[in-house]
Write a protein that binds this ligand. Structure first.
Ligand code: GLN
Length: 492
């Protein structure tokens, strides 16, 4: 017997606090949906059913004892498998970390627990978060719940698909160049990449440390904003953490966009598919109708972001991934000597894309090439930051497509890394600048698949960004957003 459990996170938490629904029932619904549908979708690497049940019972105990419950009381949440969870396998979907159980929780995991949410498992990703389709995973690809012959995007594809399929109301991902926003767009859910430093990276397994940021997925802007409020705030264990409290977002979503200055990034439209470009025009009209002052802006520098990113991110990755040496973590392939053991372990443990990034990164950092590649890319990064600053002198937020296309077929870009990299053309500049951005489902595009719109803001501009996204959400085409239900008609 399935109890009636609200689908939305905030609604569910309110029902749990009011005693209308138990956390235990909410968790059983999530576990049941995972059991029924994850065999085919493969959103999860690990399901922590017993820990989730125990955690839910503890929430229900607290309620019975009259103790205060958190803002996300009893809400099932999925965690990207690059977030450390104490005693629970954390693999980054890599063979090299298979079987590794961290001795500690990431700060964001501690924070979701403190908010009363109930982690139900670890979600699939492109190995070490390198990719845009969740196909670069040692555990196999995740499928898009809207069309199972297609990718969910990546690298946080498991988290995006789990929310889109209605398996969980909330999920956490990480975004280094688009890995929250791109899969959110391809799966018809909301995904937020917060300002660099707003959310702690302690316990997020590093890919490119100057770009990485943890953020939320949810079906609605309000639910995503609530999860962001729960995970944000200063953490002394992350030296890049900002010394400021979590922002108040949910309470101000209804304030609208009257008088807000919105710039439409004209430079991206030529590289977007017809429906992705058309959605930007329709979004701009919706914002204007709601009282925003909308204008086109030209920021051609943003198109150089992709090239700079594919020097900087591999450079940082080559350094960060040096620690997987067969001694300290996970896999070890034995040999007569240490150096041979290191080499064999890395050869067997890393997949092809990760090896490509390590080689690229090592090359661009090597003596004689450093200035031509790494230093040059840093200069481009500075130009992009300056270009954004010029734009934000004129407008409060920017509107852009999230992705160049709707979800593509499994396998379509696997043999062509450059094509895969182009998936993040519109999302990468945000990471280079350390700014926040959100993807919100807005339209149905080619093949009836979801199209996301991206709202970008200057550092710490989350409040205006979320209000803008809330207006777009109201104006979205019917049926443009998840959950689609894993049994959606016509799903292949
Ligand atoms: N797709 C991009 C990459 O492969 C971004 C990944 C991410 O944001 N983690 O590097």
């Amino acid at each position: 017997m399935t109890p009636a459990v609200p689908v939305g996170a905030l609604e569910l938490a309110a029902a749990v606090r009011a005693g209308e629904v138990s956390a235990t029932d909410a968790v059983e619904v999530a576990l049941g949906a995972i059991e029924a549908h994850d065999g085919e979708l493969h959103c999860f690497n690990t399901v922590t059913a017993e820990a989730a049940r125990a955690r839910a019972r503890a929430v229900d105990e607290r309620r019975r004892a009259g103790e205060p419950l958190g803002p996300l009381a009893g809400v099932p949440v999925a965690l990207k498998d690059n977030l450390c969870t104490r005693g629970v396998e954390t693999t980054c979907s890599s063979r090299i970390l298979a079987g590794w159980r961290p001795p500690y929780d990431a700060t964001v995991v501690e924070k979701v627990l403190a908010a009363g949410a109930v982690p139900v498992g670890k979600t699939n990703l492109d190995e070490f978060a390198m990719g845009s389709s969740t196909e670069n995973s040692a555990t196999g690809p995740t499928r898009n719940p809207w069309d199972r012959s297609r990718v969910p995007g990546g690298s946080s594809g498991g988290s995006a698909a789990a929310v889109a399929a209605g398996l969980v109301p909330l999920a956490l991902g990480s975004d280094t160049g688009g890995s929250i926003r791109q899969p959110a767009a391809l799966c018809g859910v909301v995904g937020i990449k917060p300002t660099y430093g707003l959310v702690s990276r302690y316990g997020l397994i590093a890919f490119a440390s100057s770009l990485d940021q943890v953020g939320p997925f949810a079906a609605t802007v309000a639910d995503a904003a609530a999860l962001l409020e729960a995970i944000a705030g200063h953490d002394p264990r992350d030296s890049t953490s900002l010394e400021r409290p979590a922002p108040s977002l949910v309470g101000r979503l209804g304030e609208g966009v009257g008088g807000l200055r919105v710039g439409v990034v004209a430079d991206f439209l030529a590289d977007a598919s017809p429906t992705c470009a058309a959605a930007v025009g329709a979004g701009a009209e919706a914002l204007a109708a709601a009282g925003a002052r909308v204008e086109e802006v030209a920021i051609p520098e943003l198109l150089d972001g992709l090239a700079a990113y594919y020097l900087l991110a591999p450079a940082e990755a080559s350094s960060n991934l040096a620690r997987y040496d067969g001694v300290r973590y996970g896999l070890r392939v034995d040999a007569e000597e240490v150096a041979a053991m290191n080499a064999r372990t890395r050869a067997a443990g890393f997949g092809a894309e990760v090896k490509r990034r390590i080689m690229l990164g090592t090359y661009v950092l090597s003596a004689g090439y450093y200035d031509a590649y790494y230093a040059q890319a840093q200069r481009v990064r500075t130009r992009i930051i300056q270009a954004f600053a010029r734009a934000y002198a004129e407008v409060d937020v920017l509107l852009a497509p999230t992705t160049p296309s709707v979800a593509f077929e499994l396998g379509a870009k696997l043999d062509d890394p450059l094509e895969m990299y182009l998936s993040d053309l519109f999302t990468i500049p945000t990471n280079l600048a350390g700014h926040p951005a959100v993807s919100v489902p807005f339209a149905l595009g080619e093949e009836g698949l979801p199209v996301g719109l991206q709202v970008l803001a200057p550092a710490l501009g989350e409040a205006a960004m979320c209000r803008t996204a809330a207006v777009l959400e109201e104006a979205a085409a019917p049926g443009a957003r998840g959950p689609v239900g894993a049994t959606r008609e016509g799903a292949r």
